[in-house]
Design a protein around this ligand. Structure first.
Ligand SMILES: [Zn+2]
Length: 114
């Protein structure tokens, strides 16, 4: 289990423990106060928590890091596909930003470990 603490844009902080699936959230989370989606933020926390945790251990480190990077890349690709299928320009922009964020996380995790 990984403790995840999120600071929402509305100022609310919330925390929970999660068992990540391949370094990602298996279900979406939302702020308990304003309902804003916190899944992306949670995924970032998980990615960096996993990276920190496994940098202290040597066994299975490589496998988990690759898994985390692939998970981030899949999320990024999913974001791009979603954006392409959207009609509204603003939604497309938001989605692309999310996709770029996911790719960025993947690259950070990957290069940080090199
Ligand atoms: Zn909020």
């Amino acid at each position: 289990m990984i403790p995840v603490k999120i600071q929402c844009g509305c100022g609310q902080r919330y925390a929970f423990d999660i068992e990540p699936v391949c370094g990602r959230m298996f279900a979406p989370v939302a702020c308990p106060v304003c309902g804003a989606d916190g899944t992306g933020a949670a995924n970032d926390v998980i990615a960096f928590t996993l990276a920190l945790e496994f940098s202290r251990r040597s066994d299975g480190k490589q496998t988990v890091m690759i898994c985390a990077v692939i998970g981030c890349l899949i999320a990024g690709i999913a974001g791009v596909i979603k954006a392409v299928n959207m009609a509204n320009g603003f939604d497309v922009l938001l989605c692309l930003l999310g996709a770029i964020g996911a790719f960025g996380t993947a690259l950070c995790v990957y290069f940080w470990k090199r």
